[in-house]
Design a binder for this molecule. Sequence first.
Ligand code: PRP
Length: 178
Amino acid sequence: MQKLRVLIDKETIRKRVTGLADEIRADYAGRHPILVGVLKGSFVFMADLIRELNMPMEIDFIGLSSYGSGTESSGQVEIVGRLRCPIEGRDVLVVEDIADTGTSLSFLLDYLRKRNPSSLKVCALFNKPSRRKVPLTVDYLGFDIPDRFVVGYGLDFNEKYRYLPDLCVLEEESQGEP
Ligand code: PRP
């Protein structure tokens, strides 16, 4: 049996998203960036972040997949949905739900860099520093979290739980003594 334990509640997430939006708005004042959300996980964060930002910008999404249907990354990142906006000469801010091993973001940054944006930065709401395998700079970071499998606020386990408003740890419930 699996059970869910709240790790970061929705109000704490909301306040941090507001704080990140304040930082980003100040840094990008007058620059009309393109925010690139990494699907699927970032869609909830993106939706909240852009409304807190409330400034001129464009939005695009790119689909990446590395986890397949388990709790461990396969290490193979695939692009499963492409950008529609040209990014050459543009200020690009990647919006990601979580940086774990860093494999997905590192792959994506290489992919985007080849398309010659005038700047390229990363905003990640959650980060597991203890899991990092690939060095990565996160320019705007919401929360460092421990090495637990988390779901909710856009993050899934086998496509379940993305709808949860809080970030929750998915735990195996002990069966107790027979
Ligand atoms: C998750 C998450 C990140 C990535 C982070 O995506 O959204 O993109 O894993 O892990 P990494 O740092 O170890 O690469 P996932 O592949 O589960 O796809 P999803 O966003 O569609 O759920």
